[in-house]
Design a protein around this ligand. Structure first.
Ligand SMILES: Nc1ncnc2c1ncn2[C@@H]1O[C@H](COP(=O)(O)OP(=O)(O)OP(=O)(O)O)[C@@H](O)[C@H]1O
Length: 582
């Protein structure tokens, strides 16, 4: 699978269908609130006209009280509605963000291993956590502001035409020019926002790696290099933000300029009309105030426009991930296996990570149920790849792998992997208690089953010394464990999972003799009765194996048991005698 970097432009129609329409209830309540809020906002300019044209000239103090009452009430209504609006829409927007995050994480975790090989962890974190944030503006107050703005502008436009069609016509021209400019500008900044997401993910990805690999960095005194890489990353981010700021500020300036020109023109036309008696003072004041109400949302548009563009760019990237086919969707994995016995066979299996560069070539062998197959061979020969194929982490490019006679490529991954166990070199432990770490493949196991697994892997041998025993926290908040102890926890976990098929990558770390013999003993228990593929480094494991596959350049160079292969005095013999360590 190639890491598809196809650009996906999310359309307004898609956003409407998937984001806006399902929330029609919230958004329509929001819309009603906006209408109330905006209409009550228009009371003040309307009242000003009456104040100047009717109330003051007529000395009408009763009307003045009513007018002030109406203005005060309108202000209270405005305050209450805008509060309710933010509460309803912002909360719903946050709800949507959490739903989207969960959706993206659910999708990502079901993608094939190859996808993770090609993507930095931090980059994925950024995709899950940051890319979806932009939708806040679509559902949240950004949306309300836009609808409210358009509505206010339209109402004000009607009122402006009513007061003075000539002055309105004069205003509309610059507004139309501004509209065109901003449409063009937002088309231009969408790719900039999308690129920002990419840069952000890259920088976060590298930073996560830097912090995770701090020992190596310090060990090689490579801090300066990491600092420089990070500085370059944040600088790229800065330049990207700068680029979008140039565009958005140009839009804002264009608005100020064009609308300023319009205001100057209105002063001229209005002044002239007042002088010749065709416009009252009150009308002129109301016109100016309504004009302000019409223009303010248009000015805000540059802000809202960039929020929307950001949201769309984020959604583009989210959609790109959601379009990547899931592991189970690749091929035709429909076969559900009720029971797995564990007979595995490779028939002429070839595999390449990159086209044309086969890493596994025409490999054929049988691994009968309950047998142990040891994979040995020089570094880079293809051992991990073969075990990855057996684990269904990778799919053969040609040839077939069968499980109990069925083509593994047709078996539902869920049904196969529920009977698979893996113990890898870099034992993966979560932050939490030792108990939680062992229980993780089978959270509902009984205490008895847990104890059995703990004993089989000799975990109690060290947990007994801890005050909290199995409930000791490991990692940052608890004890640090040695390499051997971590391995034993991983083994206990696999014993508890009780898989039919076991993939084992023996750690190469040199342990003290006592630890080593405990691990050997626990591995022996673990492998018993399971179809095991082990990338073997311990002679004891290799000796016990039912068959040893000596892998050279992706092919099986030799195959047999330890004694047979020694007798042959071939490649295995060489590895065994010359290297003394396989
Ligand atoms: N994700 C990957 N993408 C591209 N090439 C890869 C990938 N993983 C491994 N390879 C290449 O495939 C070949 C076989 O690698 P593999 O990890 O299977 O060897 P190995 O025998 O397990 O080696 P080692 O004993 O050093 O772990 C190597 O040449 C390696 O460079």
């Amino acid at each position: 699978m190639r890491n598809s970097k196809k650009l996906h432009n999310v359309t307004i129609g898609q956003v409407f269908k998937t984001i806006i329409w399902p929330r029609k209830k919230y958004l329509s309540v929001g819309l009603v609130l906006i209408i109330i809020s905006r209409l009550s906002g228009l009371v003040l300019p309307g009242a000003s006209k009456y104040l100047i044209d009717d109330v003051i000239p007529n000395n009408d103090s009763t009307m003045l009280k009513w007018l002030i009452g109406a203005v005060a009430a309108a202000i209270v209504v405005q305050a209450v509605t805008s509060f309710a609006l933010t509460q309803i829409l912002s909360v719903e927007a946050q709800h949507l963000i959490s739903q989207l995050r969960a959706k993206v994480q659910r999708h990502i975790i079901q993608l094939p291993i190859r996808f993770f090989d090609n993507t930095k962890t931090g980059e994925l974190v950024s995709r899950i956590m940051t890319d979806v944030e932009g939708v806040r503006n679509l559902v949240g107050t950004g949306f309300a502001q836009m609808i409210g703005g358009v509505l206010t502008s339209l109402i004000c436009l009607v009122l402006l035409i009513y007061i003075s069609p000539i002055m309105t016509a004069y205003v509309l021209l610059p507004v139309a020019i501004f509209g065109l400019i901003s449409l063009k500008a937002f088309g231009k900044i969408r790719p900039i926002f999308r690129e920002r997401g990419v840069i952000n993910a890259e920088v976060t990805g590298r930073l996560t790696e830097t912090l995770g690999g701090v020992r190596v960095i310090k060990g090689f005194n490579a801090e300066a290099q990491e600092i420089e890489t990070f500085e370059q990353g944040v600088n790229r981010l800065f330049l990207n933000v700068k680029k979008s700021l140039v565009t958005t500020s140009m839009v804002t300036s264009a608005a100020t300029l064009l609308l300023g020109l319009a205001s100057a023109g209105i002063m001229a036309i209005g002044g002239y009309q007042i002088m010749n008696g065709s416009l009252t003072f009150g009308d002129f004041l109301a016109f100016t105030l309504y004009l302000g109400f019409m223009i303010a949302p248009i000015l805000q548009m540059s802000n809202i426009g960039s929020q929307f563009t950001e949201a769309f760019a984020g959604l583009d990237r989210t959609q790109e991930i959601l379009n990547t086919p899931l592991e189970d969707e690749l091929g035709n994995r429909t076969l559900l296996l009720d029971r797995i016995i564990g007979d595995i066979e490779f028939q002429n299996v070839s595999f390449a990570y990159e086209e044309g560069k086969d890493v596994v070539r025409e490999v054929s062998f049988k691994a009968p149920a309950g047998s142990v197959t040891a994979l040995v061979g020089s570094s880079g020969s293809g051992k991990t790849t073969i075990s990855g194929l057996a684990a269904s982490f990778l799919n053969p490019d040609s040839g077939t792998i069968t499980i109990d006679g069925q083509d593994l490529a047709t078996v539902s991954l869920q049904s196969y992997r529920s009977r698979l166990g893996v113990v890898l070199q870099d034992d993966f432990l979560f932050e939490g208690t030792i108990r939680q770490n062992i229980l993780f493949p089978r959270p509902n196991a009984t205490e008895g089953q847990l104890q059995q697994a703990v004993e089989a892997a000799y975990v109690q041998e060290f947990t007994d010394r801890f005050e909290d025993g199995l409930d000791t926290l490991i990692g940052e908040r608890g004890v640090k464990l040695s390499g051997g102890q971590r391995q034993r926890i991983a083994i206990a976990r696999a014993v508890l999972a009780d898989p039919r098929i076991l993939i084992l990558d023996e750690a190469t770390s040199n342990l003290d003799t006592e630890s080593e013999s405990l691990i050997q003993a626990s591995l022996k228990t673990l492998m018993q009765g399971r179809t095991t593929f082990v990338i073997a480094h311990r002679l004891s494991t290799i000796r016990q194996a039912d068959q040893i596959l000596v892998i050279e350049q992706g092919r099986i160079a030799e195959q047999g048991r330890h004694e047979e292969l020694l007798e042959k005095q071939g490649r295995y013999y060489q590895l065994y005698t010359y290297q003394a360590r396989i």
